[in-house]
Design a protein around this ligand. Structure first.
Ligand SMILES: [Fe+2]
Length: 234
């Protein structure tokens, strides 16, 4: 999309992190469209879901350029800043109603939060859920294909991370203290998947089987067991 390409071309594409986020954005856009189609959304809503996917990580380009990190804790909240960039620099170039602009704003804002905020209505919620699913599916893809590893296996999993995972809940960053736990937290993204179609993609593409092979450590066995039970795969 020209608008996205025009915005991102101000950044340095010789930086592989910029390149990575550029392609991640387009894959998440496609995943959003696939989920929206599966939900039988109308053409306009499909378009809104598509735009949300493409622009969800728009703040990553500024983040990596200015702070040289993807860690929000060491820079800024890329959901909040992304929502503002969308509002201030992108939305006026799209033919959106006020309601549509707010839908996309909130979906970008909440895509990276542990939970979606409680100021969303039912309609806004669906778009938040779509982009969160699409983002997680693609992050698992990047993990599975070795393009982006959360952490190195460098220690035990603390009791908080273990308990939260086994309760099938998302693990907040505050509980993560080492590389092993970073990986467990990434695996736990499955517990926050909203739509059956997203799980179906994860299952069909065998992302977790690839990740298990790559991690290649028995410390993760119990986590994969629960994942495979949930996905009903061997
Ligand atoms: Fe993101």
């Amino acid at each position: 999309m020209k608008l996205f390409d025009d915005y991102t071309k101000q950044f340095d594409f010789s930086n592989e992190k910029i390149e990575l986020k550029y392609h991640h954005s387009y894959r998440v856009q496609k995943l959003c469209e696939m989920i929206a189609k599966n939900l039988k959304m109308n053409e306009r809503d499909l378009y809104l879901a598509s735009i949300t996917g493409l622009f969800h990580d728009i703040a990553r380009f500024r983040q990596i350029t200015e702070y040289h990190t993807f860690l929000d804790s060491q820079s800024f909240d890329h959901g909040d800043v992304g929502a503002d960039i969308f509002n201030n620099e992108i939305a006026n170039q799209l033919d959106l109603s006020e309601e549509e602009r707010i839908i996309i704003y909130k979906a970008i804002k909440y895509h990276n939060k542990l939970a979606i905020g409680n100021d969303v209505n039912d309609r806004e919620l669906i778009f938040c859920q779509i982009v969160r699913d699409a983002d997680k599916v693609d992050i698992l893809y990047l993990f599975a294909t070795n393009a982006s590893l959360p952490g190195k296996t460098d220690g035990e999993v603390n009791s908080d991370c273990h308990r939260i995972f086994m309760n099938k809940q998302s693990i907040s960053h505050e509980y993560v203290t080492n590389g092993t736990e970073k990986n467990v937290a990434a695996l736990a993204s499955l517990w926050d998947i909203n739509f059956p179609i997203s799980k179906q993609v994860i299952k069909e593409k065998k992302y977790f089987q690839q990740i298990e092979k790559m991690l290649n450590h028995e410390i993760y066995n119990k986590y994969f067991k629960l994942i495979y039970e949930d996905l009903e795969v061997e």
